[in-house]
Design a protein around this ligand. Structure first.
Ligand code: ADP
Ligand code: AMP
Length: 206
């Protein structure tokens, strides 16, 4: 099954995609994670992407599309994949449709005014990328999965978050209509505990 996870930044795409990936044994492909790894490794892709990501803007399609195309042509995607963070606008969705058949699009919906708190309170594992929130961390400062150090993403400051939310509204939100029109869109309520969101997604997918 080839799945796209839609939803605003902070809606819970990464959290849920990780769980769905384990359940169905298909890879979770997050373009944001791929860019962050490239930035860490100082690759040409990382160098090209960094400025855009730091400003909360979209990385140009010349960089992004080839990267996704290459990734989903890898062997581990043969039985399906989960795209998280791609497509980010209608132009990317149109290109995606030319090289992959999408079976379902899950839109994780949460009230817009809750996103700022989710994103500025997010902490991620510096090793494996697992997402946490300060509200539930207490004194914990390492990842429960791999013991990596938890850090705040450079683009999770309130100023950059605001810019990312503006970009989402202008460019990504129109994808809701786009996928609604193609009959693929399934809404899931993201404003409930993580395990309940997961149950809803599994129900929709099965
Ligand atoms: P996205 O990948 O859509 O940007 P994340 O999965 O990284 O979002 O989640 C954003 C933040 O919200 C993280 O701090 C995460 O721990 C937290 N979070 C995710 N799902 C929920 C939920 N259902 N309820 C409360 N907090 C959540
Ligand atoms: P994310 O991890 O999905 O929140 O993405 C972090 C940042 O990576 C975004 O703010 C963009 O700068 C960049 N990015 C991720 N996916 C894409 C994409 N599909 N197209 C363009 N830029 C992207």
């Amino acid at each position: 099954m080839n799945i796209v996870f839609l939803g605003a930044p902070g809606a819970g795409k990464g959290t849920q995609a990780t769980m769905v990936s384990e359940r169905f044994s298909i890879p979770h492909i997050s373009t944001g994670d791929i860019f962050r790894q490239n930035i860490k490794d100082r690759t040409p892709i990382g160098i090209a992407a960094k400025g855009y990501i730091d400003r909360g803007q979209l990385v140009p399609d010349e960089v992004t599309i080839e990267l996704v195309k290459g990734r989903i042509s890898e062997d581990d995607c043969k039985n399906g994949f989960i795209l998280d963070g791609f497509p980010r606008d209608v132009a990317q969705a149109e290109v995606l449709a030319q090289f992959a058949k999408i079976d379902a699009v899950i839109d994780i919906v949460i009230p817009f005014d809750k996103l700022m708190k989710r994103l500025t309170g997010r902490r991620v594992c510096s090793k494996c990328g697992e997402s946490y929130h300060v509200d539930f961390l207490g004194d914990v400062s390492v990842c429960s999965k791999c013991n990596g150090k938890l850090i705040q993403r450079a683009d999770d400051t309130s100023e950059t978050v605001q810019q990312r939310l503006d970009v989402y509204m202008a460019k990504t939100a129109p994808l809701i209509d786009y996928y609604q029109n193609s009959g693929l869109l399934k809404d899931v309520n993201g404003d409930q505990p993580v395990s309940d969101v997961f149950k809803e997604i599994i129900k929709v997918l099965e």
